[in-house]
Design a protein. Structure first.
Length: 583
């Protein structure tokens, strides 16, 4: 069973959209046979009035609610994308809320009757979040519509519908079915652009465990982005707007089609053969194997001041909105691979070294071919430091090797586990935990969503969570110090691993804020135009219910690299850990 839990954190569907085509048994549904708008929505919008924007936002919320709640849609009786295109012109044309409400009331009524069901009784202690339908009463909807919606909330629904199902009970992530990608529309028309917003907003609204953690209320976000998506006048501006829209969810697990040709050219298809890190918001060279055209080569510790004449601070400001992450340190981490991208074969760089400004030009290569000469680490992932310190790097040390070195490690006074990376094997920390704990320890609580009650998130059963405990009954457990190293590279399974180890007495978490993306990543979600994205779908919390998303694992001792340390090739975080271990 433990393997199942650890697999939750590896459940990643790559950002492809071919998996969303209709299943064989869905191809005969009425929804699949509706082809009216395959060539375009026939909706053109140049500008929007505030009334139209608000009405479209209400329509988008209502469209999403009905998609996941009304049995007739769940049965595949309607191509719900195309039904949006049929009603949208009517909503755009109304002049008052009363007109809009009359249209929407009839639209809902036309879906036909349905059976209701008695709501399932769930122990309140097991509920983390309930569905939020406050917008029913704050959107200017009429009383008859609100009555319709409240009835639909109690409709008799099954776990699987035409548009969504759960992967399974043990991995409760939503699988979004029959979501046509409309990839041939490189620059979709206005109707399809709005469809993309409504599709993602609705999926995140009902199947995201961390919806409450966005900086801006998710319920208001459509009103902000509807005008922006309409104002996008070409392929690139549309796709960048999608990236910014998705970025509002603040999830380090999330990206938007990084290999899309338009986005790739925007970010830059080339880069010099160097790597950077950010120190105090400044890009600093951490590795260089560049080919120089100018007078100087870059070295570790050089601070990048400008690139092709643009100050690094300005580049950071320009690119930050497109770096999707749970927190600022992880945005910077993502920018380390983007800041120095270009479409030119040469890059002019101004840099600071030892208090002196220098200039050089670097050759640039395909982003897929840089760092091809970077040497591989020489160690195996385990070493003894200064006789009494055992150091583990789970990125390189496998479980077979771990079993071989533990007899030696158990004789030391301090163990250091380096989680500033992703473990090579998912069970690493649970295997080493067998030596570190006197008894099994609870480390987390998970929540799963629901397709029968979209928007409901409940804690996984306690009996189920016991399989994730770390440690075992052991009298001869390791009684020395344990130091766990973390930083913005510590993400997902690595964060869960750090959480697990933090439950052990005499343990210090050292480094800096982690990525704040704990949990399993769900299925790819398509936007018209060939884009796709995803987000974290299984919520992970401390045993007391405290959040980990966005916050990450908070170190007991904050230690960060410095420019001087990078220049000298030091690992200052590890050095600090060693100095503490020796006290």
């Amino acid at each position: 069973m433990k393997k199942i839990f650890l697999a939750l954190f590896a459940f990643l569907i790559v950002l492809k959209i071919d998996a969303q085509q209709p299943a064989a048994n869905d191809k005969t549904k009425k929804a699949a046979l509706d082809k009216e708008f395959v060539a375009g929505s026939a909706i053109a919008i140049n500008t929007l009035t505030p009334l139209q924007t608000n009405n479209l936002a209400v329509l988008g919320k209502l469209w999403g609610f009905l998609k996941y709640h009304h049995p007739a849609i769940a049965q595949g009786n309607y191509n719900w994308d195309f039904e949006l295109f049929r009603i949208m012109p009517k909503i755009l044309a109304v002049q008052t809320n009363a007109e809009r409400n009359d249209i929407l009331h009839q639209w809902i009524a036309n879906l036909g009757p349905f059976k209701t069901a008695t709501p399932k009784v769930i122990d309140a202690k097991q509920i983390k979040y309930r569905p939020n339908f406050d917008w029913f009463n704050t959107s200017g909807l009429s009383k008859p519509i609100i009555e319709q919606l409240n009835a639909i909330k109690n409709a008799d629904r099954t776990e699987e519908s035409y548009y969504v199902r759960l992967y399974d009970a043990e991995t409760p992530v939503a699988i979004f079915k029959n979501e046509a990608p409309y990839a041939s529309f490189k620059y979709p028309d206005a109707g399809y652009r709005l469809l993309g917003l409504f599709r993602f907003w609705s999926i995140f609204e009902y199947f995201a465990p961390y919806k409450n953690l966005t900086d801006k209320p998710w319920g208001n976000i459509l009103n902000e982005y509807i005008p922006k998506i309409i104002a996008a006048k070409d392929e690139l501006s549309y796709k960048l707007t999608v990236v910014q829209f998705v970025g509002e969810i603040k999830d380090s697990h999330t990206d938007v089609s990084p290999y899309d040709s338009a986005l790739r050219m925007f970010y830059g298809a080339l880069k010099p053969n160097i790597e950077i890190v950010f120190v105090d918001n400044k890009p600093v060279v951490s590795y260089s194997n560049d080919e120089v055209v100018g007078l100087h080569t870059l070295k570790r510790g050089d601070v990048i001041e400008s690139i092709n004449g643009v100050p690094a601070a300005q580049l950071l400001k320009d690119k930050l909105p497109y770096a999707i992450a749970s927190n600022y340190p992880t945005q910077l981490r993502k920018l380390t691979s983007q800041l120095m991208r270009t479409n030119d074969t040469l890059m002019r760089v101004t840099y600071l070294r030892d208090g002196k400004i220098e200039n050089t030009s670097l050759k640039c290569f395909s982003v897929n071919k840089t760092n091809y000469k970077k040497p591989l680490p020489a160690d195996t992932g385990f070493k003894i430091i200064n006789t009494n310190i055992a150091y583990f790097n789970p990125e390189r040390l496998g479980l077979k090797q771990l079993a071989q070195v533990m007899p030696l490690a158990m004789k030391t006074k301090t163990m250091i586990i380096d989680l500033r990376t992703y473990p090579k094997e998912s069970a690493f920390v649970w295997e080493i935990g067998k030596y570190l704990f006197a008894k099994p320890m609870d480390i987390a609580r998970y929540t799963g969503g629901s397709t029968e009650t979209p928007g409901l998130f409940t804690y996984m059963p306690d009996e189920y969570m016991k399989n994730l405990r770390i440690g075992e009954e052991r009298a001869d457990y390791y009684k020395g110090k344990l130091i766990v190293l973390v930083n913005e590279e510590t993400q997902s399974l690595a964060e869960l691993s750090a959480m697990a180890l933090s439950t052990r007495p005499n343990t210090t978490i050292m480094g800096s804020q982690t990525a704040g993306a704990d949990g399993s990543v769900g299925m790819a979600i398509a936007f018209p135009g060939g884009l796709a994205t995803n987000f974290t779908q299984i919520g992970v919390y401390y045993p007391n219910g405290k959040e980990t998303q966005r916050v990450g694992i908070v170190p007991n001792l904050v230690v960060k690299p410095s420019v001087d340390g990078i220049k000298k090739g030091k690992d200052e975080v590890l050095e600090k850990a060693v100095s503490i271990a020796e006290k």
